[in-house]
Ligand binder design. Structure first.
Ligand code: GBH
Length: 476
């Protein structure tokens, strides 16, 4: 069991979750600033206004990465620091650009390879207000293309670009359940706006086209000189049949992955939506114009994989409700035989099951023709961590084991199954604003003391990463 000598490993974060400094240097508001301000949307009533204050602590964060031995760091750019109002005819904020240019220079100086995510959910609020943001099929892709070009031009030293983080979350959580910004849903108890049966599929479509546009710009205008690579990051859980003897449960396992991952990956690799989605959604799923298809098909230099957990899958019979986004099935933590998939964490949706990681890596590799894969997120919260003493928190053996199991599963996928996985970014470098869960759920390998000046304390899991990878990466 091993990983290749040039394997890149490190940690990941996202702008709104760590930066804070919401008013600094001309930053404009994003949909997450607006959403967080609505009472009841964030569990602890908090926002990312201060978070880990990473905008003001770049040196501290880079020193931390260095001390942990990280070879790579994935972070995202706040679009609203670059173009505060968001649009292609709106003013550009040089101070925002300078911040990220310097950050990348400093990372490279420290010997750390940057992975830049252009969009980790913090859409400029101006675009949402002006034309409906992600819902707008003509405007949004053009504005994203413009913003992406500004960044490619500003940071030629970055060689690994990610257009979108988890478009599934933007589309489903933002426009079906309303659990994320901008909070659209048909569920009137959660919001007054939205059509959960239609909007998510349109948003997903627009994100795909915007991705395709940015990739075209990168390949035509920057890649020939900068020699970097670009892709999208998709989230997806592993699936196991509730009843392995029931062919319909077995089939539902694939359908679950298709509704989560292939929704985006099939258009990118094959130029069309999966048949299972076309069948269930009918004309609620947009169709690609020839121009859109040409933009999207073939638009990944690598596959960015975010992965956390697994579910047992039980098929449903009958016609699914119009707002169903899972693919007419149930997700469970127990199977028919009564086996539990894994232990509880602080996140209701997350239970460790490392074998699922290996299985899903294989599933992706097979379906998409052995693409180069970077694991752009993987990690866990820990039940009750927020209520423990600092001493206990720093002894996060549960997280140490999670990473140990998952990284070994990945190494087996590489060396025994031939999956072309070339990098791994653990989620997350530090505790941060966990979206609708606020600061109550912690995913960091580093503890952040939000009460005492955002002080950082590396947990045991932070220090375990270097020896873990050193034990697996082949020496030249
Ligand atoms: C990642 O998403 C995010 O990229 C990152 O910002 C975040 O901090 C991290 O996870 C930890 O949560 O409400 O039942 O529909 C992980 C994938 C997919 C996990 C959607 C939560 C919601 C399940 N997420 N899922 S549900």
């Amino acid at each position: 069991m091993s990983l290749p000598s040039d394997f890149l490993w490190g940690f990941a974060t996202a702008a709104y979750q760590i930066e804070g400094a919401a008013e600094a240097d001309g930053r404009g508001p994003s949909i997450w600033d607006t959403f967080s301000a609505i009472p009841g949307k964030i569990a602890d009533g908090s926002s990312g206004a201060v978070a880990c204050d990473s905008y003001n602590r770049t040196k501290e964060d880079i020193d931390l990465l260095k001390s942990l031995g990280a070879k790579a760091y994935r972070f995202s750019i706040a679009w609203t620091r670059i173009i505060p109002l968001g649009g292609r005819n709106d003013p550009i904020n040089q101070k925002g650009i300078d911040h990220y240019v310097k950050f990348v220079d400093d990372l490279l100086e420290a010997g750390i390879t940057p992975f830049i995510t252009l969009f980790h959910w913090d859409l400029p609020d101006g675009l949402d207000k002006r034309y409906g943001g992600l819902l707008n099929r003509t405007e949004f892709p053009l504005d994203f293309e413009n913003y992406a070009r500004v960044m490619f031009k500003a940071i030629p030293k970055c060689k690994h670009w990610i257009t979108f983080n988890e478009p599934w979350c933007s589309a489903i959580l933002g426009y079906n359940s309303g659990y994320f910004a901008p909070g659209h849903t048909s569920d009137r108890s959660r919001s007054a706006v939205g059509d959960s049966a239609r909007e998510p599929w349109l948003v997903g479509h627009n994100l795909l086209v915007a991705h395709g546009r940015a990739v075209k710009v990168y390949r035509e205008e920057f890649k020939p000189t900068d020699k970097g690579e670009i892709g999208i990051t998709l989230n997806g859980d592993a699936t196991l049949p509730w009843d392995p003897e029931d062919p319909e449960d077995v089939e539902a396992c694939d359908r679950k992955i298709e509704f989560a991952i292939s929704w985006f990956a099939d258009p990118i690799y094959f130029g069309k939506y999966p048949d299972s989605m076309i069948k269930q959604l009918g004309d609620r799923l947009p169709t690609f114009t020839e121009e859109e298809r040409a933009l999207v098909q073939g638009s990944n230099d690598f596959y960015g994989m975010n992965h956390y957990t697994a579910n047992y899958i039980k098929h449903k019979t009958g016609v699914p409700p119009e707002d169903d986004f899972l693919g007419n099935l149930e997700t469970l933590f127990y199977n028919k035989a009564g086996d539990c998939i894994g232990p509880e964490t602080q996140s209701f949706w997350l239970r460790p099951h490392a074998q699922g990681f290996r299985d899903l890596l294989n599933w992706l590799s097979k379906r998409y023709g052995q693409p180069k894969i970077y694991v752009t997120e993987n990690g866990t919260s820990l039940k009750g961590e927020n209520d423990m003493s600092l001493e206990q928190i720093l002894e996060d053996d549960f997280r140490v084991k999670y990473f140990d199991d998952y990284v070994h599963a990945m190494a087996k996928a590489f060396s025994e199954d031939g999956v072309n996985v070339r990098g791994y970014l653990a989620w997350s470098l530090m505790d941060n604003f966990e979206w609708a869960e606020g600061y109550e759920t912690r995913f960091g390998v580093t503890y952040v003391d939000y009460v005492n000046d955002q002080k950082r304390y590396p947990k045991k899991s932070a220090k375990a990463m270097k020896p873990l990878f050193e034990s697996l990466i082949k020496k030249d």
